[in-house]
Structures are given as structure tokens and as C-alpha cells.
Design a binder for this molecule. Structure first.
Ligand SMILES: Cc1ncc(COP(=O)(O)O)c(C=O)c1O
Length: 456
């Protein structure tokens, strides 16, 4: 029997909490839905209505809600010790075991060491700082700049915000870090160059090459990108883009940071997003799926090339003067080991590829009859519906007009949670979802767009 005080929760919803990514006045007027239970790929709200969780929490509950294996691992660790420091002199068993597991899982990428943190934003911040440190150790202290893609999302710390590719996340928080440059996204649906994937790839690679030439490769530490751009609108680059990018960066000896916070551990249909493109990054940022959201945890993984800079002797420049109280948190690491066991045992990357294909296929007709939908796109279980004000020019809808929220509300009436983000509806269900769950999302979202046609 729950002793939850529903009246208290309803009355106090959005009264004392600030919610990310919304104006406080809007969230006071439209308080968030209160989710109280989860089971598999379903969640239940405070009114007792159960939904298909079409967004997997926030792209992260990959093994599904309420998995006994993950809960048991957390409880078992709580019985031993919940927390002890991972700074210089001490560590705990789960962080040792998880570091071995992450390195084993990323052996194909020649990864060598991992530094844990608490969130994806921390994992990005760690990657940016350690890539600068790498170049200082290598005797190139001027290599401090970063290049990233427009529409990229890399979390919300100052470093991540500085390399973020959407001004929306940046304008209230400047001045940001100097020496961060954004280039056009390899986005076939919306770009000024070409719809042909190879021509587009050529155009973007040329742009990056020119930017590097203009600033001098000796000023650039790293290029950071998501293998599939998530929050920016589920932008899937042409298949040749990442290999061409890797080759270009190799030519200039620039590090490649793959921000795998969403794509890591299966979401885009391969264990890591960059692996799906046949590319080995130098640094990977991981979070979300590492624990499936049961406990917050981030991880930054460095390959042998990067770690070699630290093997030449004890240089004062080489001390890792970076890390968090939560680095290697025992409960987070215990949860991650159990969650990753499930990812491997149930081959969730393969299920993501199969179920993502079914979801895309089920929605592919939307642009043919919905006045709002310009394109449906995705890879694995990252699927986006792009909404346009004008199908001819592909001008995105104005998110301020609330059409995305309206579609999401109609979908909720049909028992499906989807996420309106900018001019897109984003879907990222648990990777454990089955045919029945996918078909419910297809049906719910289709009905939502039909209803929009009736009431618009
Ligand atoms: C690609 C990417 N990087 C970094 C982050 C930041 O992660 P967190 O919200 O855990 O700090 C996110 C969050 O959605 C993300 O999508």
C-alpha cells in the first residue's frame, strides 16, 4: 500500500521545483504529468492511466522499467557500502568491475581507460578537458579549440554549452568558451547544398577542412559530435560522413570525441553509434544507457593513443585534476554492471535495429497525408517526426505555436508518451520494446496526427 499523498503532489506540482527546458511561468500554468510507476516499457501516471513509454524516460531507460536484476544489484551493493571516494587514495569494487566491463565492451575501439562521473554533461566536460590536457602533455599547448556540428547537443555545462549547436541553449548563458566553432550539420533534409548524400558529405567535409585551414590545425584540440544527432532533431548523417570525418581529422591529427550519451549501448542499433558507422573515435562520452537511468552515472572512455600521453612519466601536467565526488559511485556502477549484462544477454542493439525499423515503416506514410509532417527519420530506436509550416520550403513549424505539445497530448489520450522537442516529435522507447509496443506507438501517434487534421 502506498502512502503517497496525491493531493499534496498535485497542489505542489511545479510550485517549488524549477524544471529544465521550460519557462517557470509556463510550467506553473501547465504543471508536468506526474509519473508514479514503471514496468517494462509501460509507465503509469498519478491518475492511474498507463502508457507505452515512447521516450524511455529521456532516451535512457534502455532495459525497461523496474528490472529485478538491476534493483537486486543496487540493493546488494547497498548492503555492502553505498559510497566511498574514488579520488587518489581509495576506490570501491563496483567501479573496478565496471571499468573492466566498459573497456572490454569497447575493445574494438581500442579503448584503454575510463573516468567516471555522474551525468552525460559531466562525461562531455571530462572529454573536453582531458583532450586539452592530452595536447599539453604532447607538447602542443595551443591545441585548445573545438569543432562541433550545428544542431548538436552536448549537455549543459559551460564546455558542453559552448560546443552546443543550437543557439536556443546558449543565448541566456554567454559569454561562453572562446575557440569553439560549429559547422553545418550533414542533414540531408535541410541544408543549403544538396540532397545527395555524397555531395552533401563532400560539402560539409570541405567546410570543416577550410575551417581547420583558416584557424590552423595547431589550434584545434578535438572535434565532438553525436553519431546520430538526437535532441537537435534525430538527424542521421549520410553513411559516408563519419568515415570521411575520421580521415580528415587523422590528416590534421585532431582528436575525435564521439558523444555517445544517447547512442552508447545500443540505441542506434549497434553497441556504439560510431561503431555503426565503422569508425573508431579517440574518446567516447557515455551516460544514460550505461545504467538505464536507474542511478545517474557518466563515463568518459579514452583510447590507447590518448592514454599514451600519460605513460611517458610523472609530469605535473599529467595529474588528472578533474573528477567528481560521484566519480565511480558504488551504486551507479553496480546498477551499470547489471544493466549492461542485460544489454548484452538480450542483444538489445539488435532489437533496437529491428524495432526501430518497424517504427519507421509504420510511420512512413505520415508525410503523405498529414499537413504537418515533412519527414520521418531515424536510426535504431531514435526516431523523429519533422513538422513543417511549409512542405515546399521545409520551413520548420514555430515551436511557440504549441502544435508539438498538441500532438503529444493527443498521443497521450491514446496511451502513448512521445516527446515534442522544437519542431520535432521524438521517440526513443526502451530497447526492450516488442512488436506490440511498437504497434501501439504507431497507432497512437497516427491517431494523434489525424486528430490534429480534424481540429486544426
Ligand atoms: C548527446 C548528449 N550529450 C550529452 C547529454 C547530457 O547528458 P545529461 O543530461 O545526463 O547531463 C545529452 C542529454 O540528453 C545528450 O543527448
Amino acid at each position: 500500500m502506498s502512502n503517497r499523498d496525491d493531493n499534496f503532489l498535485r497542489e505542489n506540482n511545479a510550485r517549488h521545483q524549477l524544471h529544465p527546458m521550460i519557462h517557470p511561468l509556463i510550467s506553473s500554468e501547465h504543471p508536468p504529468q506526474i509519473i508514479v510507476k514503471g514496468q517494462g516499457y509501460h509507465v503509469t501516471d498519478i491518475d492511474g492511466k498507463t502508457y507505452v513509454d515512447g521516450i524511455g524516460g529521456l532516451w535512457n531507460v534502455n532495459v525497461g522499467h523496474n528490472r529485478p536484476e538491476v534493483k537486486a544489484a543496487i540493493i546488494e551493493q547497498m548492503d555492502e557500502i553505498c559510497y566511498y571516494s574514488n579520488f587518489a587514495g581509495t576506490t570501491t569494487a563496483p567501479s573496478i568491475k565496471l571499468s573492466a566491463k566498459v573497456i572490454e565492451m569497447s575493445a574494438q575501439e581500442n579503448m584503454a581507460k575510463v573516468l567516471f562521473s555522474a551525468n552525460g554533461s559531466d562525461a562531455v566536460e571530462t572529454a573536453l578537458k582531458l583532450s586539452r590536457q592530452y595536447w599539453k602533455l604532447e607538447g602542443h599547448p595551443d591545441r585548445t579549440g573545438f569543432i562541433s556540428l550545428k544542431h548538436g547537443y552536448h549537455g549543459i555545462q559551460f564546455g558542453g554549452t559552448s560546443v552546443n549547436g543550437s543557439s536556443y541553449y546558449r543565448h541566456a548563458y554567454g559569454p561562453l568558451m572562446p575557440g569553439c566553432y560549429q559547422v553545418d550539420s550533414p542533414w540531408t533534409y535541410r541544408n543549403p547544398y544538396s540532397e545527395d548524400p555524397e555531395e552533401l558529405t563532400d560539402a560539409i567535409i570541405t567546410q570543416i577542412d577550410r575551417l581547420i585551414a583558416h584557424n590552423g590545425a595547431h589550434t584545434i584540440a578535438a572535434f565532438i559530435a553525436e553519431p546520430v544527432q538526437g535532441a537537435g532533431g534525430v538527424i542521421v548523417p549520410p553513411a559516408g560522413f563519419w568515415p570521411r570525418l575520421r580521415a580528415l581529422l587523422d590528416k590534421h591529427e585532431i582528436l575525435l570525441i564521439s558523444d555517445e550519451v544517447v547512442t552508447g549501448f545500443g540505441r542506434s542499433g549497434s553497441m556504439f553509434g560510431a561503431r555503426g558507422w565503422g569508425v573508431k573515435p579517440d574518446i567516447m562520452c557515455l551516460a544514460k544507457g550505461i545504467t538505464s537511468g536507474y542511478i545517474p552515472l557518466g563515463a568518459t572512455v579514452l583510447n590507447e593513443r590518448v592514454m599514451n600521453a600519460w605513460t611517458k612519466g610523472v609530469d605535473p601536467m599529467g595529474f588528472i585534476m578533474h573528477g567528481y565526488t560521484a566519480t565511480g559511485h558504488a551504486l551507479g556502477c553496480a546498477a551499470a554492471i547489471a544493466a549492461l549484462d542485460i544489454v548484452e544477454k538480450e542483444d538489445l542493439p539488435a532489437n533496437a535495429a529491428a524495432m526501430g525499423g518497424r517504427l519507421m515503416q509504420g510511420l512512413e506514410d505520415l508525410p503523405n497525408w498529414s499537413s504537418l509532417v515533412g519527414e520521418v527519420r531515424g536510426k535504431g530506436l531514435m526516431v523523429g517526426v519533422d513538422m513543417v509550416a511549409d512542405k515546399g520550403t521545409r520551413e520548420p513549424i514555430d515551436p511557440g505555436k504549441g502544435q508539438g505539445e498538441m500532438i503529444a497530448a493527443f498521443a497521450r489520450e491514446e496511451g502513448v508518451i512521445v516527446r515534442p522537442a522544437g519542431s520535432n516529435i521524438i521517440m526513443s522507447p526502451p530497447l526492450t520494446i516488442d512488436v506490440d509496443g511498437i504497434d501501439k506507438i504507431i497507432d497512437g501517434l497516427t491517431k494523434a496526427f489525424r486528430k490534429y487534421e480534424e481540429v486544426k
